[in-house]
Design a protein around this ligand. Sequence first.
Ligand SMILES: NC(=O)c1ccc[n+]([C@@H]2O[C@H](COP(=O)([O-])OP(=O)(O)OC[C@H]3O[C@@H](n4cnc5c(N)ncnc54)[C@H](O)[C@@H]3O)[C@@H](O)[C@H]2O)c1
Ligand SMILES: [Zn+2]
Length: 377
Amino acid sequence: MRRFDTVLKLERATTRIVVGTGLLGEVGARTAALDLDRRALVITDETVGELYGADVLGGLDEAGFAHGLLTLPAGDRSKSLASAERAFEMLASMRLGRDGVVIGLGGGMVTDLAGFVGATWLRGVATVLCPTTLEADVDAAIGGKTAVNLPFGKNLVGAFHHPRLVLADTACLGSLGDRDLSAGLAESVKHAAITPGDFLAWHEANADAILARDDDVLVELVRRNMEIKGEVVARDERETTGARAMLNYGHTIGHALESAGTFSLRHGECVSIGMVAAGWIACELGMLDGEEAERIERLLRRFNLPVRLPESETFSANAGDFRSSAARFDSVRDYLSRDKKVVGGVVRFVLLNGLGQPVLRDDVGEALIRKAIERIG
Ligand SMILES: NC(=O)c1ccc[n+]([C@@H]2O[C@H](COP(=O)([O-])OP(=O)(O)OC[C@H]3O[C@@H](n4cnc5c(N)ncnc54)[C@H](O)[C@@H]3O)[C@@H](O)[C@H]2O)c1
Ligand SMILES: [Zn+2]
């Protein structure tokens, strides 16, 4: 059984990261080893709680923890201030003090919310994250970004707060739906595209084993992603130096599609289409050659990810003929300018100046953006 155990050292925090199979049974003992007060609130969603809640709670019992359990409906709607308020009420009634622990067991919805609760309860208590989706393993659980959604926008309220411990039990990926596995793979392809080295080739060589959910290969996949994300985060803990912006590859158009569309697409699926659009823009600007862009697109297809907008996707903004490319462009453009990454009205793209060489560009013209959106339409 392969295990990886490492420490991510940051300026303001240290996160112990363990990746392997069968880790959920050890959450109690490993949390106890943090040497905190033995009080913990576990936050999960209904699907994950049903599958894995008992493993975690049993371990906490054995380790002598007094614990509470907050189980929320599955889905991003639960990543809300109302859910956080429910958690705060439970923490108050448990009298969980500064030495207590908030444990998040679930996908990115849960890890973002549990992180937010941990960041804000008594101005910050320790959090332990147990990611159960590939999206959370490779992205959400690492890096200290916590958030809740507001009715008028996603991730608008949050704080940087690094978990003390991340336990990624890759056995959880066995019960994940195929579309959720693929959505997480989009972020993994993103990491491979923006990093020099052999990670892209590794995906190509191991694609069958990844899709077959081979234990060892999944452990390796998660470990490599966490290393890449951890390394970027260490260079830019609070998103001030620009290093972290590279993680937004595929996300400029991806986020706009996610906001403008009718939510039939997963985040990772939007990022997949967004990477194809960004690849095409980079080719047009002479930064990437066609074969390199094609290589990424081929890998996305191999992972059953969309590389064009599905026919069925309609757009919420701009009532009218959503199928016309002009309406699509207006709708997506509208969301592009509302993006948090927009600085002074300029849309910023991460583009590849060759594979593994991401650069930030804020000079992509309107006409090129329009053509890119047409291309993926
Ligand atoms: N903080 C960050 O840096 C960061 C990065 C990326 C994404 N995110 C956030 O993560 C969220 C998306 O994450 P997600 O895709 O994991 O969504 P999610 O947490 O909603 O999980 C997707 C679905 O899978 C189910 N599920 C979870 N684990 C399962 C398992 N092991 N077996 C079967 N079903 C399981 C969930 O119940 C849910 O229905 C968004 O809120 C996004 O904003 C945050
Ligand atoms: Zn993403």
